[in-house]
Design a protein around this ligand. Structure first.
Ligand code: NAD
Length: 452
């Protein structure tokens, strides 16, 4: 067993783009190839790092490949945004040799299996940005060896694993199911939540061939307790898109019901809690200031984008995604209305946003509605601030830098927007005479809050 620890550095040192690939000779002699590592994880972000840790604590020899030197240093320094239990496991895996970090893509050839966990964002026009995934897959294909299992876990369009792995591998005369094994199994992790251990969440897997699916099943079972087979790459890719589109549509519906309840002077939480007493046919989704993170605001657009090519309409999903995209503007409109009712306007008002991460207990700002809310308020002349100890400084879309307010009383807000409720945050400073819009809908905590 390999006992290599610490970071292995690529000779080219820091690089921001995928490095040019090295072709590794293919073992065509039918021998069982020798591998230094059982699994290589490509991309050590919110998904890849916990996945690498899960494999390592299961006793698997893991190679973590990360393109960003800064991210590697953050991981080594114990500063990665992880649950406390995962931070301890990471330290154990790194010191015990179960996890080796590298930025050298050529080392992928030393792993029996390669798991791709790189981002699949959308651009400003809500068009899928596949550049990172394409670069990562090209790198994986170029370093591929016979006998490896390659698994894509990034959320993506239906047909992507075939386009980016199976076909390019065939061009290298590595046929899926014969020379090499290719599968798709989307990650279902919920970063920042201690409610579910990664190993307890069932994995859905589809292979390019039945043999590929069997190999992927073995790979997943190294740490996951349950694996559900769907028989094809496309069905596995579509399953992930359904899961997150389902959430997006239901969040849009919850927001709409919140607005309806507000107009009828009803408490949306009372209504949702009551509906949730039904033991079947209802699942509670809560309203909020919008959605953020790397999944719900992005994933349904991968489906919508691909449907446009075949001229297939998905009006329900289109409307839900449009409503979700508009939600932060709704918050700003509400701030304007509430201040107008008080005889003031947005211009010159001091507005403090409390909690700016896209969800509680993570230091993740990606696609957070708070960013758009702060930028819009500023555009309309408000003086804005935020309170969130996860972020010392943030940059708004217009380049304006904001600093965490730390002492809210010194900011002296005219209006407070409760945006994200991190656990353990002291909110005692909010007095009952302060104007609060509670976009978290947690009216028990802020009884004086006005509806969103
Ligand atoms: N974050 C979530 O909650 C979540 C949950 C389930 C699924 N997903 C999906 O998982 C995928 C990864 O998301 P994430 O949140 O972990 O992204 P992330 O941005 O947190 O991490 C991705 C990492 O990959 C690295 N990277 C990019 N290209 C690379 C390359 N060629 N080689 C090595 N490293 C490379 C980046 O530097 C980054 O550190 C996405 O498709 C996302 O939709 C995310």
């Amino acid at each position: 067993m390999s006992s290599i620890t610490g970071i292995r550095h690529d000779s080219s040192e820091e690089f921001d783009e995928a490095p040019s690939a090295t072709v590794v000779p293919i073992d065509r002699a039918g021998r069982e190839p020798a591998f230094d590592f059982d699994v290589a994880i490509v991309g050590l972000g919110y998904v890849g790092l916990p996945t690498a840790i899960s494999y390592a604590i299961a006793g698997v020899r893991v190679l973590g490949l990360e393109i960003s030197t800064r991210r590697l240093e953050t991981i080594i320094d114990g500063q990665a945004d992880l649950l406390d239990r995962d931070q301890a496991r990471l330290a154990e895996a790194l010191s015990g040799g179960g996890l080796t970090l590298t930025n050298d893509h050529a080392e992928l050839a030393t792993a029996r299996a390669v798991v791709v966990c790189v981002p699949t964002p959308v651009d400003d026009f809500l068009i899928p940005d596949l550049s990172i995934l394409r670069a990562a897959c090209a790198m994986v294909v170029d370093s591929a060896r016979a006998g490896q299992t390659l698994m894509l876990t990034s959320t993506t369009y239906v047909g992507c694993t075939d386009d980016l792995l199976v076909k390019p591998l065939a061009e290298r005369r590595l046929e899926a199911g014969r020379d090499i094994f290719v599968a798709f199994s989307a990650e279902r992790i919920d970063p920042g939540s201690a409610s579910f251990e990664q190993r307890d969440v069932p994995r859905v897997v589809g292979g390019a061939t039945p043999e590929c699916e069997e190999e992927a099943d073995r790979l997943l079972h190294l740490y996951a307790a349950n694996v559900h087979h769907v028989g094809s790459l496309a069905a596995a890719e579509m399953t992930k898109l359904l899961e997150n589109t389902f959430r997006a549509v239901n969040i849009a519906l919850a927001n709409e019901f919140a607005d309806i309840c507000s107009s009828l002077d009803l408490d949306i939480n009372v209504v949702i809690d009551a509906a949730a007493t039904k033991p079947y046919g209802f699942m509670a989704f809560r309203p909020g200031p919008g959605v953020g993170g790397h999944c719900i605001p992005c994933d349904p657009h991968y489906l919508l984008w691909q449907l446009r090519k075949s001229r297939v309409d998905a009006p329900l999903i289109e409307v839900a995604m449009s409503a979700i995209a508009h939600r932060p503007k709704h918050v700003v409109e509400r701030v304007r209305d509430v201040l107008s009712d008080r005889g003031t306007g947005l211009a010159g008002a001091r507005v403090l946003v409390v909690g700016i991460a896209y969800k509680p207990n993570v230091a993740d700002l990606r696609e957070s509605p708070a960013l758009e809310i702060l930028a819009e308020l500023r555009e309309h002349g408000a003086s804005v601030g935020y309170l969130d100890d996860h972020f010392d400084l943030i940059a708004l879309s217009d380049g304006h830098i904001l600093q965490n307010v730390v002492q809210p009383s010194s900011f002296d807000p005219d209006l407070i927007i409760m945006h994200t409720s991190h656990a353990g945050v002291d909110l005692e400073w909010i007095t009952t005479d302060q104007l609060v819009i509670d976009a978290t809908y947690d009216h028990v905590a802020y009884p004086q809050a006005v509806n969103l």
